[in-house]
Design a protein around this ligand. Sequence first.
Ligand SMILES: Nc1nc2c(ncn2[C@@H]2O[C@H](COP(=O)(O)OP(=O)(O)OP(=O)(O)O)[C@@H](O)[C@H]2O)c(=O)[nH]1
Length: 590
Amino acid sequence: MEMSISSTEQGVRYRQPIVCVLGHVDHGKTTVLDAIRGTSVAQKEAGGITQRIGATDIDAETIERSARALLKGAKLKVPGLLFIDTPGHVAFSNMRARGGALADIAVLVIDINEGLMPQTVESINILKKFRTPFIVAANKIDLIPLFTPVRDVSFIECLKKQRKEYVEELDRRIYELVSALYGQGFQSERYDRITDFTRTVAIVPVSGKLHIGMPDLLMMLAGLAQRYLENDIRLRTDETRGTVIEVKREEGTGVTLDTVIYQGVLRAGDEIALNTRDGPAVTRVRGMLINTHGRKKGLREVESVQAAAGVRVLISDKLDVIPGTPMIVVRGDRDKIFEEIIKESSVSIPLSEHGVTVKAEALGSLEAVSYELGQKGIGIRSAQTGDVTKRDIIDVATLQDPMEKVIIAFNVSVLPEAQQAAAENDVTIIQGNIIYRLIEEVEGWLAEKKKQLEEGRKQSMPVPSKLVILPEYIFRTSKPVIVGVRLLSGQLKVGDTLIKSDGRYGGTVKSIRENEVSKNYVDAPAEVAVAIDGVTLNRQINPNETLYVDIPESVVRELRARALDPETMKTLEEIIKIKRKENPFWGTRA
Ligand SMILES: Nc1nc2c(ncn2[C@@H]2O[C@H](COP(=O)(O)OP(=O)(O)OP(=O)(O)O)[C@@H](O)[C@H]2O)c(=O)[nH]1
């Protein structure tokens, strides 16, 4: 049986702290994670590293061996470190435990040559929200000019081999990082210069590529965890709890769950409670597999695992388990456990009456995307997990506001019938799996839509205009009147209502022709033929008469705010004067 041996000190036993690696794309999350494993693999003699499913276990002995010079003989209290295999802040926020994050501590990888980037900031926001302590791996220090090549060494060893100019440049970049992190609300410092670790975020300069600084990183993680996270990582056997990271449905085998057990012992045959798409449910552990490296490489069946561990659990029922759900071994009151599961599976996303619609693959990422939208001042009317369905589209299509006819789909598929419904109903789907790019796209879409709507409104809004009927161009005197007019100011549009200089009705513009071409509108100055409905020439209106385009009171303010040309502005004032003969307050209201 594969089990971690826990260290003991004054009777208190600890489990491995669970570590997650976060950072901006290409800053080296995977490389650093591999380097941590590689360092351990290279240094292990027998079984020091076990890659379990979903997580990699590095035992205390291995850490002590690799960081011997740094630890100066000190022994670790924690039995090792358990690294979650999926790096990134989205995975981090999708893996929950007890209402917080599954990871006890995090490594934030930052390319020292690039500094803070959008996903670095997103990661920091998420770490802040979960109050997860973290250290910074300032990666790619081998790319700093004048680097003297070394590899497989601690940062302290590496430093000894470097020239003064390199060390100065490294320090300069570290301080740039310190100042950028300060802007995010954190005090930080190169780890070997810190005196108070409770207030200062440790920066460990590393090169994932050349395996530099891994002993320092491991030592810092273990040291911080055992010193400041004592309560969280205390080994408890009264309860068994885990988090489901991935759900697989396989023909033949049934449903398997890749999980991380963070408390207690899980045994084959245990009754477990989980959250499913149909609500909380109970099933049994039919079998368990762990993934081992080294001599006995491969998947291996086990009878029990002890926290913290990654394990594949085969369950005895065909349940539609939600990824990210807590998993609790049922001992005692089942209802209480169900209640807890519901509570843990709920998310806090502030919704507003109006806004965009969000879909994401899991609760954590839904929350993360919603948070970032909120930061940009974008309201959310609905936020749910799952693929984009036809129902979602129909739901959005019925909304009045065109700015709300959009679905933001993070890490989910759009079902074919939904795609079709979206095209038919003019609903936009913005899809992606990188939060900040998705948000940028949403912002772009909203801005473009707003512009379009404004343009549309401007187009349909009447413009104060003045025209005169040309007596030499009378083509018809009624039904409709067809006359030549000279447009003196503004813009004449089909549909405009005309008024006379005494404010009385002067007809409605039915069509406009300029040089035999039909127009929807013309700008002044122009001479055009117009068909006017609703009046008869020589009765309500007359040759040589001056007419105005009528404007509703509600647009006066906006018209004034717009940069209208002086001639049109003058016409607006004339119209206001005409209106005030009837109503002295016309156009004074907002
Ligand atoms: N020179 C140098 N290159 C590095 C180092 N660490 C990572 N890289 C390179 O940087 C690139 C990105 O590294 P990854 O580990 O894939 O980065 P990541 O953050 O996991 O990227 P995603 O998984 O795509 O988000 C790769 O080409 C690496 O070889 C380093 O310490 N030094």
